[in-house]
Design a protein around this ligand. Sequence first.
Ligand SMILES: Nc1ncnc2c1ncn2[C@@H]1O[C@H](COP(=O)(O)OP(=O)(O)OP(=O)(O)O)[C@@H](O)[C@H]1O
Ligand SMILES: C[C@H](N)[C@H](N)CCCCCC(=O)O
Ligand SMILES: [Mg+2]
Length: 203
Amino acid sequence: MKHFFVTGISTDVGKTITSAVMVEALEADYWKPVQTGDDSDSETISELISNSKTVLHKSSYSLKAPMSPHAAADLEGVYIDHNKIQEPKSENHMVIEGAGGILVPLNNTDTILDIIMPTYQVIVVVKHYLGSINHSLLTIKWLLLKGYDVAVLYNGEPNPTSEEIITKTTGVPVLGRIGHEDTLNKEVIKKYAAELRPALLAL
Ligand SMILES: Nc1ncnc2c1ncn2[C@@H]1O[C@H](COP(=O)(O)OP(=O)(O)OP(=O)(O)O)[C@@H](O)[C@H]1O
Ligand SMILES: C[C@H](N)[C@H](N)CCCCCC(=O)O
Ligand SMILES: [Mg+2]
């Protein structure tokens, strides 16, 4: 069974929406190892999926402040020990969602990158905004340098010139696209899950 790590070029780019689509497409389990802020990504996933096989695993760290994990942990007098972030046992596919981007700190020395196992298929969610080309190239190139298998998923409005340069420069495959939707509900997630399933299974 495959393990997918969903990261993004920043926070708020659509990692949770992408994870919901992937979980639905693969009847996969979901795990958010480090959650910060009151909005629970696991709850969002449970509201958006329709399949009954998915297990939502408990976060290793849940911190109240909507901040970087290292800072949110500090406020609660907690130290995030990346060795204590152990993947839950599962016989299904698993979708694991990061917090923010790949170099978001967990403490003074470790970052999200330290919890991305070398065997994971990494999905980088890219949303276009002014500055997103640089964020995309930094993220993808760093992951490639570290030896990960990387694929990109575009979320939101297309931007052909940005997408062309990202593909030309990095050579990573594009898994697909989730368009901007006025309403995000189970039906919309199911539609994208059906669309993306073949590409996900082919990775
Ligand atoms: N394709 C889309 N269409 C409409 N709204 C979207 C879309 N993708 C994301 N959003 C909205 O944008 C916001 C951020 O998305 P999301 O929560 O998936 O980001 P994230 O990358 O998971 O953030 P975090 O770093 O906090 O985990 C949410 O309110 C979500 O509903
Ligand atoms: C609270 C937010 N929604 C995310 N969970 C955490 C984002 C951390 C971003 C840190 C940074 O890159 O500056
Ligand atoms: Mg999220």
